[in-house]
Ligand binder design. Structure first.
Ligand code: URA
Length: 235
């Protein structure tokens, strides 16, 4: 193993995302050669003994990348303080710890990627990469031209101005509209808040793509490994 910074090593080993690994280090949970390390600059090599909470960390080489069609009624964190079902409950037959790459709300369905590669997670979720995400939403009412303009220009949601986004009406169903929404950010409940800001409530929400990866016809609750070309396209 090449020499690398401790947080990168922990991410490579699948212990946590790089950001979460930094928290572990700050919290004094990580030791190198039996010495607790809280300094972010430490570089480690393959002869070092690294532990988290006293447990030895070994750098597993096999990296796993999967996509899951999340149903509503599941949280997308690895653990839930209220004991609700998590997306990991849907991924059986995989023998290693996976972490969701980004989040979907409990009441949102659709595409979520999971991996044990903390570096990959870090890159995919870092705001500077601005990966495009497309959502299909059923919203109350039908957005008018001026509302669509506001949506696309950027909206104030709480203390934040959203980056330009897109909303495209696919279908009008009774008093409601089925729309496709494209955003490049990932603020908490962002799509719901943006729709509310132009006067339309989100009735159902489903993520249908992340960058070049499309949910396609993967059935709800099912998962599959990303293909080599899908993985390549993400990089
Ligand atoms: N925006 C939302 O409002 N919810 C999600 O789950 C994802 C994006």
């Amino acid at each position: 193993m090449e020499e690398m910074r401790l947080q990168k090593f922990l991410a490579h080993a699948g212990v946590a995302s790089r950001r979460m690994a930094e928290n572990y280090i700050k919290q004094g949970r990580v030791a190198v050669n039996n010495k607790i390390v809280t300094d972010m600059g430490v570089v480690v090599k393959n002869t070092d003994k690294i532990t988290v909470d006293g447990n030895l960390v070994e750098c597993k080489e096999e990296k796993i990348y999967i996509m899951l069609h999340k149903p509503t009624g599941y949280v997308s964190t690895a653990r839930d303080q209220f004991g609700r079902q998590t997306v990991l409950d849907l991924v059986t037959d995989i023998n290693c710890r996976l972490y969701p790459v980004g989040r979907l709300d409990y009441d949102t369905s659709g595409l979520i990627i999971l991996s044990n590669d903390g570096d990959f997670t870090y890159r995919l979720t870092h705001p500077k990469h601005e990966i495009k995400k497309v959502y299909e939403a059923l919203i109350s009412g039908v957005p008018q031209k001026n509302e669509i303009k506001m949506f696309e220009k950027g909206l104030k949601i709480e203390d934040y101005i959203t980056s330009p986004a897109k909303i495209h009406i696919k279908n009008v169903i009774g008093n409601n509209a089925l729309v496709h929404i494209t955003i490049h950010e990932g603020k908490n409940r962002q799509v719901r808040k943006m729709c509310e800001a132009i006067g339309h409530n989100v009735l159902t929400l489903k993520r249908i793509s992340i960058g070049p990866i499309a949910l396609g016809d993967l059935p709800e609750g099912k998962w599959r490994k990303l293909t080599a070309s899908e993985l390549k396209s993400l990089y």
